[in-house]
Design a protein. Structure first.
Length: 146
């Protein structure tokens, strides 16, 4: 019984995670700057106390890949109140293959989805902009190789 209570307390402490879970990552900085993001699949904290998880639905390859974002509030409930925009480009050839800021579509399951054209091998960068109540609240960038 004591072990169960201790485990429950540890899970409730901010920053602590249960065994097998990845810790949430806080990305600090001004909402106008694109913050470098950790690897896909981990929790990234939003200023509202919530968090998001991002990643491609399948490993990216030439052609069209789908970027997926899930947003949760501070209680772990799915949050669909954001407008998320995404852009992809090659940093070494900035502007040559840009998608431009495109809005993610919200699926019936509460996933934010955006098709991404990946037209050549090399270094790529995906940029996220989270908007709430008409104001950008978070910007992050994820670099990956194709």
């Amino acid at each position: 019984m004591r072990l169960l209570i201790l485990a429950s307390v540890l899970v409730c402490i901010p920053g602590m995670t249960a065994p097998g879970q990845q810790p949430a990552v806080t990305v600090s900085g001004h909402p106008d700057e694109f913050q470098p993001l950790p690897k896909p699949g981990g929790k990234v904290l939003l200023g509202s106390g919530g968090y998001f998880i991002f990643g491609f639905t399948r490993p990216p390859k030439l052609g069209t890949a789908i970027m997926k974002v899930e947003v949760f509030d501070r209680n772990g409930q799915r949050d669909t109140s954001f407008v998320i925009q995404g852009d992809v480009d090659m940093p070494s050839m900035r502007g040559a293959h840009t998608l431009g800021d495109k809005p993610f579509a919200l699926s019936s399951k509460g996933y934010y989805l955006l098709p991404v054209p990946l037209v050549m091998p090399g270094d790529w960068e995906f940029r996220f902009t989270f908007v709430k109540d008409g104001k950008p609240v978070f910007r992050g960038a994820h670099r990956f190789d194709l």
